[in-house]
Design a protein around this ligand. Structure first.
Ligand SMILES: CC(C)(COP(=O)(O)OP(=O)(O)OC[C@H]1O[C@@H](n2cnc3c(N)ncnc32)[C@H](O)[C@@H]1OP(=O)(O)O)[C@@H](O)C(=O)NCCC(=O)NCCS
Length: 168
């Protein structure tokens, strides 16, 4: 949805995603597509359709991540229901020259969800072999509560975060 949430944490800043950001997001997403359950290559046309559809969704908040006013990635909070939300679409460009920005992004968006979106539990799924994402989530305070397998039999960890466990 077209939202109006802005926030910052450490060196990073979150802003609502805009039409100007979606091509950078598409290129970064395609580069890391194997980190995601939906791993097809995304065309420019598909990305435009996704963005148009996204703007009309009532409970999907996509953020662009900026470092010193430069677009470096994305993160989302979505499917908010009964005080629970899903976290996803975390992507950070590795060419920034900085390490650990993913933790700041994760903490920032979860803090925002807990304080402004009436959310008390946040869940996510991450491939077990995605070490950088897994480490990022553990550092932010997420804990494993289960697991599942994708259609190819690859293991996914289910992780959850409560506001009292959020690292700061
Ligand atoms: C996940 C992501 C946002 C993290 O970005 P980041 O904050 O820049 O991450 P870093 O490169 O600092 O890596 C985080 C940690 O994992 C470690 N790490 C990365 N790959 C590793 C490996 N193969 N083995 C062991 N440790 C590894 C890093 O060393 C770092 O730990 P450290 O701080 O103790 O050194 C980024 O890697 C990304 O965009 N990945 C592709 C998309 C993705 O996987 N999204 C999540 C989907 S669930």
């Amino acid at each position: 949805m077209k939202h109006n949430f802005y926030d910052s944490y450490g060196k990073i800043e979150l802003r609502p995603i805009e039409a100007n950001d979606i091509e950078s997001l598409r290129l970064l997403r395609n580069k890391h597509r194997n980190c995601f359950i939906y791993s097809d290559i995304i065309t420019s046309e598909a990305q435009q359709n996704w963005f148009t559809n996204y703007l009309s969704k009532p409970d999907d908040y996509v953020f662009s991540v900026f470092l010193r006013d430069k677009w470096i990635g994305s993160v989302s909070i979505y499917n908010i229901e009964k005080n629970q939300a899903e976290f996803g679409r975390l992507l950070i460009d590795s060419d920034t020259g900085e390490k650990g920005l993913g933790v700041s992004v994760t903490i920032c968006v979860c803090k925002l969800a807990f304080s402004k979106m009436n959310v008390s539990r946040i869940v996510l799924q991450v491939y077990e072999d995605n070490i950088s994402a897994y480490k990022t989530y553990i550092r932010a305070g997420f804990k494993i509560f289960g697991h599942s397998f994708d259609v190819n039999g690859k293991k996914l960890l289910d992780m959850e975060l409560f506001s009292s466990d959020l690292s700061e």
